[in-house]
Design a protein around this ligand. Structure first.
Ligand SMILES: [Zn+2]
Length: 284
């Protein structure tokens, strides 16, 4: 069932677990993630970046693909189709018009007031269409950075002000998290996270959660995180298996065999994360 993320995230916040958001890249990725989450009876957010949408041929293609897989595979868990890091109102509108049930407007690279303005535009368009809206404040450590201290951390006051003015459904604060691979030990500011959670009282989202160990994830959920994004961990697991497969089967040329040699690796990561986020058996 395709739903928005509002009720899922509210339940997660109330009962102290997190809904997993996995980025998808193609048919196989989407299928394996759906299968693993169905086996776990875990709700799932399928996250699609603008570049992934472009790669797959646009938002309409992805909507049709997901919708057809839900039917074809008899998926019974709640599934959210979510635009990840939509950079503009136009991108969010395109995704919503194609059938996405949730969008993230990420205007966090703009000055605070402009971020608010762009987010309000999306909220106006999305909320009366039943679409859930996530926004971001502060600045996550950039992927090419060697320094773990270059992000502009969010503050509880600006978070409160932002949520009050925009009325978004969930918020991604910058608390020392980073996309891609962490260089050195990741340092999340849990005290800050806890204060932001208390000041906004809406579900919070953790980006850049690949590479965070069990303790860090558990603490983040304890401090108020209700949605956790995983991308890199799945890519690494898949790529390793496929590289090994090609190395030991150099004569193989059937793309189905090559691509699906990473199937179990993807499903294993998804099962592990679902258990870690404690989203298993939350489908009803
Ligand atoms: Zn992100």
């Amino acid at each position: 069932m395709l739903v928005n993320s509002n009720e899922l995230l509210k339940s997660a916040l109330k009962d102290n677990y997190a809904i997993p958001a996995y980025n998808i890249n193609n048919l196989e990725w989407t299928r394996y993630i759906l299968e693993a989450c169905e086996e776990d009876k875990s709700p799932v957010i399928l996250a699609v970046s603008e570049s992934a949408a472009d790669y797959m041929g646009g938002y309409k293609v992805i909507y049709s693909l997901v919708k057809s897989l839900l039917d074809g595979l008899n998926i019974s868990i709640p599934v959210v189709l979510h635009l990840d890091h939509g950079k503009s109102f136009e991108a969010c509108k395109k995704a919503i018009d194609a059938g996405f049930t949730s969008v993230m407007i990420d205007a966090s690279s703009k000055p605070f007031e402009e971020n608010i303005g762009e987010t309000i535009k999306v909220v106006k368009y999305a909320s009366n269409r039943g679409i859930s809206i996530e926004a971001e404040i502060g600045s996550l450590n950039k992927e090419d950075s060697n320094d773990n201290n270059t992000s502009i951390y969010s503050t509880p006051d600006e978070a409160k002000d932002f949520v009050f003015q925009t009325n978004v459904n969930s918020l991604a604060p910058a608390i020392g998290n980073k996309h891609g691979l962490y260089k050195g030990e990741p340092k999340l500011d849990y005290e800050l996270l806890g204060s932001i959670c208390k000041s906004v009282k809406i579900p919070l989202v953790l980006h850049g959660a690949s590479g965070l160990d069990e303790n860090k994830i558990k603490t983040a959920i304890f401090c108020g995180i209700s949605k956790i994004n995983i991308n890199t961990d799945i890519q690494l697991a898949w790529a390793e298996k496929v590289k090994n497969y090609i190395a030991s089967n150099p004569e193989e040329y059937d793309p189905r065999k090559i691509i699906s040699s990473g199937k179990n690796a993807i499903k294993k990561v998804v099962h592990e994360k679902n258990r870690l986020f404690d989203s298993v058996n939350r489908a009803n």
